[in-house]
Design a protein around this ligand. Structure first.
Ligand SMILES: *Cc1c(COP(=O)(O)O)cnc(C)c1O
Ligand code: SF4
Length: 380
């Protein structure tokens, strides 16, 4: 058994552990466990400094998960974009491929609580269906292995999946969405890196949320991936009490760069049942983005996105930098709130701004003042 597997076996993961080690009421701990697994491996557990701190909040169950919040279990409507159980196909050219339901730690804010931890929802027999679906759909050029955590698979099984995908000519890139570098960096071994290297181009997106997670062990894991030629990105989730603070976020993104990890997304928290207590106002996210841009390396700045409820995909949101227009002058502000104007180019042609406006102009020229709107599908 490899070290990481041994560590997993020593995880805190039952109601009994919660009662005995963390003083939970027996009944509450049973309820919490029946809603969503608890699993905290000894490495991640060791990062806790005091009860209720940002590490604790992410991994220790909380009675607030039981609140009747009226939020959906599947806010991103993933199940309705799922042609086979292991695939979420929302965008034209790329898919999520769910290869396991298991994670090395169960994050209390997980958006996929309805599936994760439940091995009847995602299992090996679905993996071949997923590969077959990707093979049959030539528009798919980017496959994101997700779950659960695909690095919960053994090297042997993961290699079978990668090999299967690489046998499909239209699959250009493969991404691994894994929390391992953050929660169980011991999973990143020389053997794993040697295997992954054979299937390039492989990208990894990992998931650090707080600077305390940037340990020497985590740094080593990220460097090993980078040395194996894998570009490593980070997807963080904005959470109350964890990282809803500009100074904390600034420290996190800077530390990530020193670990050769490029911040990729900062997610506004999803509206997932049982996670409401983590949500922050969008204004907080905008304030944090405003405190990053210009104040530190552009490389350190993730895109702040809202994953649209109902399954519209990720929508970027930015602080307002364009303050207005005066004739052909665009009025802008910089990171210090100083005002600048930029003389925009005057186009003589109809190419005004957006494609929608251009299309509108073309139709007007053809004699239609009110062009028929394109067919709009709204899914509720
Ligand atoms: C996030 C996501 C992707 C990948 O989106 P990128 O913006 O390309 O990183 C693909 N499919 C689904 C369903 C997703 O949620
Ligand atoms: S690692 Fe990802 S899928 Fe697993 S519990 Fe955490 S957020 Fe959910």
């Amino acid at each position: 058994m490899e070290l990481w597997q041994e560590m997993l076996r020593q995880s805190v993961d039952s109601g009994k552990d919660l009662v005995e080690r963390f003083g939970f009421d027996k009944e509450i701990s049973e309820k919490l466990n029946s809603l969503f697994h608890t699993r905290i491996n000894p490495y991640y557990l060791s990062l806790i400094r005091t009860p209720g701190d940002p590490i604790w909040l992410q991994c220790i169950p909380d009675a607030r998960e039981l609140e009747e919040d009226g939020l959906p279990e599947d806010p991103l409507a993933e199940d309705s974009h799922s042609p086979v159980p292991s695939i979420v196909h929302r965008y034209p050219d790329r898919v999520l491929f769910l290869t396991t339901s298991q994670c090395s730690m169960y994050c209390r804010f997980c958006t996929r609580k309805r599936k994760v931890g439940d091995s009847s929802k995602i299992n090996m027999k679905y993996i071949q269906d997923g590969i077959d679906y990707i093979a049959a759909n030539p528009q798919i050029r980017d496959v994101i292995l997700s779950g659960g955590d695909p690095l919960m698979l053994t090297d042997f099984l993961l290699e079978r999946v990668l090999k299967g995908l690489r046998a499909i000519p239209h699959v250009e890139i493969i991404r691994l969405g894994t929390k391992m570098p953050c929660v169980l960096p011991q999973r990143i071994t020389p053997k794993l890196c040697r295997m992954i290297k054979k299937y390039h181009p492989i990208y990894v997106n990992t998931h650090f949320n707080h600077p305390w997670e940037c340990t020497l062990e985590a740094k080593r894991a990220c460097e090993m991936l980078a040395d194996a030629g894998v570009p490593v990105g980070n997807q963080a989730v904005l959470m109350k009490g964890v990282n809803d603070d500009a100074a904390v976020m600034l420290e996190l993104v800077r530390k990530l760069l020193t670990m050769r990890v490029r911040p990729y997304y900062l997610y506004q928290a999803d509206i997932t049942k049982g996670t409401n207590y983590f949500r922050t106002p969008v204004s907080k996210g905008l304030e944090i983005m405003d405190a990053l841009r210009g104040h530190t390396s552009g490389l350190a700045i993730p895109a702040y996105v809202i994953d649209a409820p109902g399954g519209g995909g990720k929508i970027p949101i930015l602080p307002q930098y364009v303050i207005g227009r005066a004739g052909h002058q665009i009025i802008l502000r910089n990171y210090k709130n100083e005002i600048f104007t930029y003389p925009d180019v005057e186009e003589k042609s109809e190419a005004t701004s957006s494609p929608v406006e251009q299309q509108f102009m073309r139709k007007r020229k053809n004699g239609k003042n009110h062009p028929e709107p394109e067919k709009v599908e709204v899914e509720l």
